[in-house]
Design a protein around this ligand. Structure first.
Ligand code: HEM
Ligand SMILES: [Ca+2]
Ligand SMILES: [Ca+2]
Length: 294
C-alpha cells in the first residue's frame, strides 16, 4: 500500500527538505538523530506509524506525550515542527506528519554513520492517540528477554528484528531512573562499568542524570553496542537481557563482529517497523500542524 514514490509528483522536494533540516540539526546536536529514531519507534508501537505520538495534550484530549515511557523523555518534536513548516510552504496540505517522522528517523541514523534504507510513503495522520496503549505496548527497561520478544511479536516483529532494532541503543542517552536498578542490583554487570555509572547515578536522587546507552561511541551508529553486551556493559537491564545465556546470544556475537550484518538487518527491520498498521487511503488526515488534529 505504501510506496516510495507516493509524493514524487505532489511534493518532489520532500526528501531534500527533510535531509537538509536533519543535516543542520544533527550537526548542532548529534543526539537529535537518536531522539528522532526513538520518536519513530514510540509512534509505530502505539496504534501504528500514524503520528499519534506527536499530538499535544489539551483540556479535552489526552495524548501519548505524558505516558510513562514518553514523559520527560521524548525529544525532537520541535524538529518535526520545523520540517513540517517548510514542507507546508512548498507542498501545502500534502505530506503527513507520520511520513515526515519516518524520513527524519532514517536520515538521523544515516547522518550518525548508520545504514540508510528506502522509506515507503503514504501514511496518513491519526485523529486519535492512546496514552494507555503507550503505557502497555512499549517495553520498559526492566523487561526480561521473553517480555521483549513478546512485545515485538505483538507488533509482527520477530526476535531477530527485536535484537537488531535494540541496536538503536548504539546512539543516544538514558536517564538514571531507567538504569539505576541494573547498575546497583544486577549480577551480570561489569564491575568497573557499574562503578563508573554509579558515579553519576546515585542510589537515590539524580533521576534525570544522563548516561550514554553505548559507553564507547554514543554519537556513532555502529556495532559497538553489541560488543558492550558481550563485555557486560549494557546500560539497561533490557539491553543486557539480549546477552545473558539466552536465545539471542549467538546473534549478538554475530553483530559484534560483523558490522555489515547488523547494518543490513537493522535497515530491514526498520522497514518492517515502519509498516506497522499505517492509515492509508481516506483513513485519517493530513494534519496541518503535527501537534493537533485539524
Ligand atoms: C527493546 C526494547 C526497548 C526498550 C526496553 C527501550 C528502552 C529505552 C529507554 C528506557 C531509553 C532511555 C529513555 C530515558 O531515559 O529517557 C531508551 C532510549 C533510546 N531508545 Fe530505546 N528501548 C527499546 C527499543 C528501542 C528501539 C526498537 C529503538 C529504535 C529503533 C530505540 C531507540 C532508542 C534511542 C535512539 C534512545 C536514545 C534517545 C535519546 O537519546 O533521545 N529503542 N530506550
Ligand atoms: Ca502511533
Ligand atoms: Ca555507537
Amino acid at each position: 500500500q505504501l510506496s516510495p514514490a507516493f509524493y514524487s509528483r505532489t511534493c518532489p522536494t520532500l526528501q531534500t527538505i527533510v535531509s537538509l533540516t536533519m543535516r543542520t540539526t544533527v550537526l548542532l546536536d548529534p543526539r537529535m538523530g537518536a531522539s528522532l529514531l526513538r520518536l519513530f519507534f514510540h509512534d509505530c508501537f502505539v496504534n501504528g506509524c500514524d503520528a499519534s505520538v506527536l499530538l499535544d495534550d489539551t483540556a479535552t484530549f489526552t495524548g501519548e506525550k505524558n505516558a510513562g515511557p514518553n514523559a520527560n523523555s521524548l525529544r525532537g518534536f520541535d524538529v518535526i515542527d520545523t520540517i513540517k513548516t517548510a514542507v507546508e510552504l512548498l507542498c501545502p496540505g500534502t505530506v503527513s506528519c507520520a511520513d515526515i517522522l519516518a524520513l527524519a528517523a532514517r536520515d538521523g541514523v544515516a547522518l550518525l554513520g548508520g545504514p540508510s534504507w528506502t522509506v515507503a510513503l503514504g501514511r496518513r495522520d491519526a485523529t486519535t492517540a492512546s496514552q494507555s496503549a503507550a503505557n502497555s505496548n512499549l517495553p520498559g527497561p526492566g523487561s526480561s528477554l521473553s517480555q521483549l520478544i513478546a512485545a515485538f511479536a505483538a507488533k509482527g516483529l520477530n526476535a531477530r528484528d527485536m535484537t537488531a532494532l535494540s541496536g538503536a541503543h548504539t546512539i543516544g542517552q538514558a536517564r538514571c531512573v531507567n538504569f539505576r536498578s541494573h547498575i546497583y542490583n544486577d549480577a551480570n554487570v561489569d564491575a568497573g562499568f557499574a562503578s563508573q555509572r554509579q558515579r553519576n547515578c546515585p542510589s537515590s536522587g539524580g533521576d534525570n542524570n544522563l548516561a550514554p546507552l553505548d559507553v564507547q561511541t554514543a554519537n556513532t551508529f555502529d556495532n559497538a553496542y553489541f560488543r558492550n553486551l558481550i563485555a557486560f556493559r549494557g546500560l539497561l537491564h533490557s539491553d543486557q537481557e539480549l546477552f545473558n545465556n539466552g536465545t539471542q546470544d549467538a546473534l549478538v556475537q554475530q553483530y559484534s563482529t560483523n558490522a555489515g550484518a547488523f547494518a543490513a538487518d537493522f535497515a530491514a527491520a526498520m522497514v518492517r517497523m515502519g509498516n506497522i498498521s499505517p492509515l492509508t487511503g481516506s483513513s485519517g488526515e493530513i494534519r496541518s500542524d503535527c501537534r493537533r488534529v485539524n
